[in-house]
Design a binder for this molecule. Structure first.
Ligand code: 13P
Ligand code: SF4
Length: 390
């Protein structure tokens, strides 16, 4: 049986406070401008004034994992896919300020018109999971599949949480993008196109969907480690596999453990455990409910007053749900703090700085995807949009 082992740190680990940029990764750079001090008592008034001055020219998107101080200025909130669609639905807005992380801003750039500018208030807001699949590594894996004579059987599927370069690779090779809410549909489609799937970059979403929702076994899944020769796999393993899982994971959701689930069940009798499918297989298996960020929000909203929930996802969202539903007990699944540190890079000083730059006629931190990459990434994104409803 294939046993899951936690990945070792990758060579491309996120450079949180790094200087200089790396076009091949989500590594960020420092903010180039003069940021207002976090203690400035006028930050809310300044953001409000700048937003008013920009009016309809501006559209602010806020991911559910963003801080409250930022979310209060978002015109719409959502998960990564919903936000990309929302951006595409506002062709009149000149500036899309994306309060989220780099791969989301890239997707927004791909889905908006060439005239629209997508702005990420802090370029250091990358994603460690997206960084775990670099284009050159994926090309090397594909060369291995070709050498093993299986490339024509493999359909690549990438999670939305990947760079535009990876989405472009997937589009060039007849694959599809998926999100946590449509992963089963995307995999069902992919298995109609070929016998095997290469699932990038989140091994957990791939494994959980294949095993818990589609009837595959753990033995049908193998783990491709880009830091090992031939991915650490033998020819027999590749020949026998149905799901070739990329060895990537989310550093936030990967923290939740089976102990957390057992501990919370003891601490809060009758608690419902609700987790995101980016959590490890044993956590998802032990939970009562599993689903995307939007599913988590809907489930808590629909729950009866007096019910108790322990939620395994990013802490900003869990806190917001707890505040919004005081008639329910909403707890964080882990007892230790677990924000997404890169999502948290976008704070009110960065938002104020970006908005005031726009008011001054300067366009800061523009995220652009080169036309060829954007073309093929869009092929994979459009394939996702065309998936049949289930
Ligand atoms: P969604 O935005 O698709 O829910 O993904 C969760 C996540 O980890 C975002 O970075
Ligand atoms: Fe990336 Fe995980 Fe943070 Fe989402 S929560 S941006 S997947 S590190």
């Amino acid at each position: 049986m294939t046993v899951f082992a936690e990945p070792s740190p990758t060579a491309t680990a996120l450079l949180l406070l790094g200087r200089g940029s790396d076009a091949d990764s989500e590594r960020g750079v420092d903010c180039p401008g003069d940021l207002p001090a976090p203690s400035d008592p006028d930050l809310v008034a300044r953001a409000t004034a700048a937003k008013e001055a920009l009016g309809e020219r501006l559209f602010i998107l806020g991911h559910h994992y963003q801080r409250d101080e930022v979310i209060q200025f978002a015109d719409v909130t959502g998960d990564s896919f919903k936000l990309a669609r929302d951006a595409a639905a506002r062709p009149g807005a000149e500036f899309i300020v994306f309060c989220g992380v780099h791969f989301m801003a890239e997707s927004a750039d791909i889905l908006t018109t060439p005239e629209q500018r997508v702005i990420l208030p802090d370029l250091a807001a990358g994603c460690s999971m997206a960084d775990m699949a670099v284009l050159s590594q994926v090309e090397q894996a594909w060369e291995l599949f070709e050498a093993e004579g299986i490339a024509d059987q493999v359909v690549p599927v990438t999670y939305m949480n990947s760079s535009a370069a990876i989405k472009g690779f997937v589009g060039r090779h007849g694959g599809v993008v998926c999100t946590s809410s449509n992963a089963k549909r995307a995999l069902t489609w992919a298995f109609e196109q070929g016998q095997k799937v290469l699932f990038l970059p989140d091994q957990h979403l791939g494994r959980n969907t294949a095993v818990l929702e589609m009837g595959f076994t753990l033995d049908d899944c193998v783990l491709y480690d880009p830091h090992k020769r031939d991915g650490g796999l033998t020819s027999d393993q590749l020949a026998g596999a149905r799901m070739i899982l990329w060895r990537g994971h989310c550093s936030v959701h990967g923290r939740f453990s089976l102990d957390c689930v057992n501990e919370v069940r003891e601490r809060i009798p009758g608690v419902n455990v609700l987790v995101h499918p980016e959590c490890r297989h044993e956590v998802v298996t032990a939970a009562d409910y599993v689903g995307s960020t939007e599913y988590i929000i809907r489930t808590v909203e629909a729950a009866p007053a007096g019910s108790a929930w322990a939620i395994g996802t990013e802490l900003n969202l869990v806190r917001r749900l707890a505040n919004r539903h005081p008639d329910k007990t909403v707890s964080f699944l882990d007892r230790t703090v677990c924000y997404c540190s890169t999502m948290n890079r976008i704070d009110l000083p960065h938002l104020v700085w970006a908005l005031e730059e726009l008011v001054a006629g300067r366009v800061p931190n523009v995220i652009t995807v080169d036309p060829q990459t954007a073309h093929y990434a869009r092929v994979a994104l459009d394939q996702m949009l065309a998936l049949p409803a289930q």
